[in-house]
Design a protein around this ligand. Sequence first.
Ligand SMILES: [Zn+2]
Length: 341
Amino acid sequence: MFNEIVRDVYQIEVPLADSPLKATNAYLIKSAKGRHLLIDNGFNQPEARRSLLESLDALKVRLEEVDFFITHAHADHCGLTSVLCENAASTVWSGGEDSAIIRETMLAPQRADSFLGLNDYWDGIFLYMGKHGVPRAVLEKLALDHPAKAYSMDAPVDFSIAGEGDVLEYGRFRLRVISVPGHSPGHLALYDEREKIFFAGDHILSNITPNIASWGKYFDYLRQYLGSLDKAARMDIALTLPGHRVVIRDTAGRIAELKKHHAGRLDEVRGILKGSARPLTAYAVAAQMRWALRYRDWEEFPAPQKWFAAGEASTHLLYLEGLGELRAEDTGDLYLYSCNC
Ligand SMILES: [Zn+2]
């Protein structure tokens, strides 16, 4: 399924099975002569592949004529890349940091003493979330079927590295690469100055809030993300084309809403820590946060939702730690947080 958003720019909806996100938006920049560019793709799932190929076929675009751009390393945006460029000499643009992540997820070595029988990369992520208090049973469940793991690329790809300020020319568009880290460590967006179109990946989404969670590294990704929101707010954007859901006409308004959301979350986390007599893990904080999900209580949350909630709680805790508002203690087994008040 696709539709033409502006002349020569097609939004292609790629279905995501097993995901509350339901679909990823890939964008095809069609060129009258020369190569086309496909921005993002989808999970490495047969139905996603079939649907995307049907759309390209209906658009009379042959895979050999397509180059690819990956906004970030998450499998719902790049899982199909190796399958799509299997038989073609396509250029695959990706940021340095996120292409290294994609490579590591596939090629990291496995050790005999591995935590959950995964390779070093995934082990690092699961160990990290374990220290944030995610119980072993949740980790074990996710080690089997975490969508990011199950539906990611299955063969290495030769990436062409793109970075801030590079310009990619496809069809009638001059696309400037904009670095907007936060949702992933090296997230990239593309911007066409003439038409003021911003291909945002998951940096700015319309009716859902991009998940800001760290992937195994004790690093203040929320601060980085808010900085990248400010960067987009300073740009002259008429139309934002996001990686999920509908297009955004009022980008400044949406950025303000996202910042308000995180300010509210920070207040909520402050309140939970203030009300607690003992230090808490991110997982324990997440269990007390409000979530717009249809489950009766925290115990009913499925493993992936608990994992993502703990991830989100952890980024807000690290941000408050950076502000000096709370104390963090690494006991070796757990990260524990308490109010500095
Ligand atoms: Zn996404």
